[in-house]
Design a protein around this ligand. Structure first.
Ligand code: SF4
Length: 347
């Protein structure tokens, strides 16, 4: 295949995606990254959207094989934030000039439809922010109630588009069910985010190509491609972590294929590579998700080991992020950073 020609394509076959993900020569990989940066500039502009995360609970009723929050991990200290603490933290986020609040937890049914609706309502009453929920697979009635209460977006990663691997990683759960949830969330009017984990055991380049194509099929508003990092006290604790270069190539190819979608440069990428955040932003990403979970909770949200900035003051992280973003000639958005697709429809 002619790389220069391919990089200027408007649409991509699975074979072409695999070809791009398999590039080995430095010069060719740099061309891919440069093209992804151009496409990001064309569809997203120069702004980087910040999403402030509050990890409201690290309880989880699921047992995903790769995750440190899994039910069977009895080595972490479990916590739940109170609704008042969550609302107060949301205010801190807006005071920092960030206008999306992400409420994230394991699958924790303690936070039922009433409690989450109350929290959403209180945040919306007190601040002008978009609310993203990342609370796992919940029942359809809860999704409806939370939308009515004012939630704007839902993040539910598919993790892998390979049904056989999905079952291996998630025991009781099936990929088809997760996709039904995504469909339903979309039908309710949520802006939806999904994505995969790069470098999980048994995953192939073909699987990653299928992940990108699945994101395209669902016409996602946000697509996240995070690297797998082994977590202590899980069945995968001795497995090899993801390759940073493959993660960056995936983000770059995803930008070429998906175009007008929000793509985060993840904290996990910054954990594996001290310049990971900046590298991600230069390979197609346009979103960063700083963690605002207050002490003493933040160090207990151990999805994986040694998370970047885990012990830092969130305000210090914000200043550091601003510096990193401006050092590569980008600027922090002052908007809520709604779906690029919605904006396209409205304009
Ligand atoms: S990935 Fe999510 S659902 Fe699975 S164990 Fe971790 S927190 Fe729970």
């Amino acid at each position: 295949m002619d790389l220069d020609e391919l990089l200027n394509n408007d649409s991509f076959t699975k074979e072409e995606i695999i070809f791009l993900l398999s590039l080995k020569k430095e010069e060719e990989i740099n061309k891919l990254f440069q093209r992804a940066d151009e496409v990001r500039q064309k569809y997203c502009g120069n702004e980087v959207h910040l999403r402030g995360i509050i990890e409201i609970s690290n309880y989880c009723e699921q047992n995903c094989i790769y995750c440190g929050l899994r039910f069977d991990n009895h080595f972490i200290k479990r916590y739940r934030m109170s609704p008042d603490e969550i609302v107060k933290t949301a205010k801190t986020i807006t005071n920092e000039g960030i206008f999306t609040v992400v409420l994230q937890s394991g699958e924790d049914s303690y936070f039922d439809s009433e409690i989450i609706s109350y929290i959403i309502y209180q945040i919306k009453q007190n601040t002008d922010v978009a609310i993203t929920l990342s609370l796992g697979e919940r029942n359809f009635d809860e999704y409806k109630k939370w939308k009515i209460a004012g939630a704007d977006r839902y993040l539910l990663k598919h993790e892998t588009a390979n049904p056989r691997l999905y079952e291996a990683y998630h025991f009781k759960q099936e990929l088809s069910e997760r996709l039904e949830h995504l469909e339903f969330l979309k039908s309710l009017g949520y802006q939806i985010g999904s994505g995969n984990l790069i470098g999980l055991p048994m995953q192939t380049i073909e699987d990653i190509a299928d992940d990108i194509l699945l994101c395209q099929k669902f016409d996602l508003d946000m697509a996240a491609f995070g690297p797998f990092i082994p977590s202590p006290h899980t069945p995968y604790h001795k497995k090899k972590g993801a390759d940073v270069l493959l993660t960056l190539k995936t983000m770059a190819v995803a930008r070429l294929v998906l175009k007008n979608v929000h793509i985060p440069s993840t904290t996990a990428l910054a954990t594996l590579d001290k310049n990971g955040r900046k590298k991600g932003l230069q390979c197609g990403a346009n979103v960063v998700m700083p963690d605002f979970t207050p002490f003493p909770y933040r160090e207990h949200f151990q999805i994986y080991a040694n998370r970047k900035c885990m012990l830092d003051d969130p305000k210090v992280c914000s200043s550091c992020l601003q510096f990193q973003i401006e050092s590569i000639g980008r600027k922090i958005s002052k908007s809520k950073g709604d779906s690029l697709k919605q904006n396209a429809i409205l304009s």
